[in-house]
Design a protein around this ligand. Sequence first.
Ligand code: DLL
Length: 435
Amino acid sequence: MSQNYYQKEIETMPLEEMRKLQSEKLVKQVKHVYENVPYYRNLMDEKGVTPEDIKGIEDLHKLPFLTKADLRDAYPYGLLAKPLDECVRIQSTSGTTGRRVVAFYTQHDVDLWEDCCARAITAVGGTKKDVCQVAYGYGLFTGGPGLNGGSHKVGCLTLPMSSGNTERQIQFMTDLNATILCCTPSYAAYIGETLKEQGYKPEDIPLKAGIFGAEPWTEEMRRGIEKTLGIKAYDIYGLTETSGPRVAFECEEQTGMHINEDHFYAEIIDPETGEVLPEGSKGELVFTSLDKEAFPLLRYRTRDICVLSRKKCSCGRTLIKMAKPMGRTDDMLIIRGVNVFPSQIETVLLNEGYEPNYQIIVDRVNNNDTFDVNVEMTPDKFTDKVSEIIAMEKSLAGAMKTMLGINPAVHLVAPKSIARSEGKAVRVIDKRKLI
Ligand code: DLL
C-alpha cells in the first residue's frame, strides 16, 4: 500500500515547532547514546557533559564532535547503540579495510531511511504511477537499496538495475517506460550520451525526472543531462554514516537540498576552530542524528564544505536547504562515485616495493571520470623493456583495483621525473572543475 510521502505537516512545519520536535528527539537520542555507547560516553565524560546538560537544541554545542577517525577507532562494533540481535542490516563505505565504516540498522532505522528516500522521490513528482529505475550500486553502498526502498514505499514500479551494463539499462528504460532515473550524475550523463549515440532524441526517452547524487556535479552538468535526457535533474545528498541518501533532497525549485530536519540537525562549523558559524556562512557540515537507533551520530563532522540557507522556498517547504557541497576539508576524491584517498594509493605503492613518488590525475571526458596514476620507477626496478613495463603497470593497477574498487590507468615514469615540491607534495591534479 502506498502512502503519501509528501509529509506536509513536517515539511512545512514552522521553525519554532521544528525546534521543539528536534529538541525532544535530541534529549532522547543523547540519553540513548550515553547509556549504550561506552565510546561516546567517554568522549562526553572527557568534555564534562552529561545527558542532563542537554535540554534542547540550544545545548547541542556542548557535545563533543565525532569524526571519521573515531568511527575507524571504534570499528566494527564500538559505536553500536543497540544489541546486535536487534540489527537487521549493515551498509558500508567503499573504502579499504583500514578506512571502512560499517553502519548498522535496526528495522526501524531501515523504515526511516526508506521513508526519507520516498520523500525525495515524491518531491520530484514521483507517484505510484511511476516506473523508477534505480541505477545506483546495490550492496554495501547506500544508494541502490535506499532509493529502492523509497521507490517501493511510494508505490512506483521499481526497476532494481544497480549500476553498469548500460545497454541493459537502456533496454529496460525504453521497453518498460521508466519515468524516474536514480543514479550518480556521471552515470546519468553517460546513459544520456549512449542514448544519443543510438539515435534517441530527448522526446523519445520516457524519463521525466532524475535523482542524482553521491558525488559533486555542477549546474552546467545538470543542464547538459536535462537537455540530453529531456528531464528535470534533481540533487540528493547523504553519506554512508548517516544512512546515505536519507539526509537531503531537492524540490522543484532546484536551488539546493532540503535537509530532513525532523531526523537530522545540521550545523556549519569553522573546520579549524570548531566554532559554530551563523546561517549563511561557508564551513564544514556537521550532522546530529535525532532518531537513529543502531548507529546514532552526535555532531558528526562530514568534511564537506557547505552553506545552509533558510530562505523561503517556492515549494512551500520550510526545511532548511544546503547548497551543493563546495569541496572537502580532507583529501578525499570521488572518482566514478567511489571515494578515493591518495593515502590508499601510497599504501599500495609501498606494499608493492615502490617509493611514494606518484601523482594522481583525474579528469572528466565525455562525462566520464578518467583516473590516471603516474608512478616513478625505482632504480632497482628500472627496465627499458616495454613488455616488462606493461606487465608492471598492469600488476600495480590490479593491486590498486583491489584496494580501491576501481581501476586506474597506471603509467610508470622515469625515476626522479615527478617534480619534487618544496612544500606540500602535489599528489592530485583534479582537472574536473566540479565546483
Ligand atoms: O554517496 C550516499 C549517497 C548515495 C548520496 C546516493 C546520494 C545518493 P558515501 O559513499 O559515503 O555516501 O559518500 C559520501 O559523497 O560526504 C560527499 O562528499 C559526497 N556526496 C554525496 N552526495 C553528494 C552530492 C553516498 N549530492 C560523500 N553532491 C559525501 C556532492 C556529494 N557531493
